[in-house]
Design a protein. Structure first.
Length: 170
């Protein structure tokens, strides 16, 4: 048999197979049409735009940068400043609020604190050690907290010293 004669026979058989088994489809369509329709929520109303008029009277131009004013009695470079030549310690990589005090170790010669870093490593620190990203130096260690002094930029080229505490985690 030649392919020209076989092709019409195959097409007729394929088309005959498509006509059966429509009962399930017709039943499903009837079930869907019989369902109760639900109400659709109305489209929310868009609030009209209210324009704001910027009144220039007694206000600065918002597009001109403001230069910070240095206090008259503050000299550049005076006061405390961090030692940038010092090698950074491991706990200076993390912000102070990410560190957790886990406990203390007392020896006859010193008191150490155990501090857990965000990576899960527990570090042993003593008075004089540094931690936190603001050049924090440990001043004292008690059973419940670590007292530090941090150096933060004052915005005028100088540094301010501020106290910080890392409390024991429970």
């Amino acid at each position: 048999m030649s392919p020209v004669r076989v092709l019409p026979v195959v097409l007729v058989l394929l088309l005959a197979g498509c006509g059966r088994g429509m009962d399930e489809l017709e039943q499903w369509v009837a079930d869907v049409k019989a369902r109760k329709s639900t109400t659709i929520a109305p489209i929310p109303q868009i609030q009209p735009y209210e324009a704001f008029a910027y009144d220039v009277a007694n206000r600065r131009d918002p597009f001109v940068p403001v230069e910070p004013q240095r206090p008259a009695n503050a000299a550049v470079g005076a006061g405390p400043h961090p030692d940038f030549r010092r090698n950074k310690e491991a706990l200076e990589e993390y912000p102070l609020d990410a560190l957790r005090m886990q406990g203390t170790i007392r020896t006859p010669h010193a008191v150490y604190a155990l501090v857990k870093a965000p990576d899960g490593v527990i570090h042993r620190v003593a008075a004089g050690s540094h931690m936190g990203q603001n050049f924090g130096e440990i001043n004292a260690i008690t059973d419940t907290e670590i007292t530090l002094s941090e150096l933060v930029a004052d915005g005028f080229g100088g540094w301010l010293q501020r106290a910080a505490v890392l409390a024991l985690s429970e």
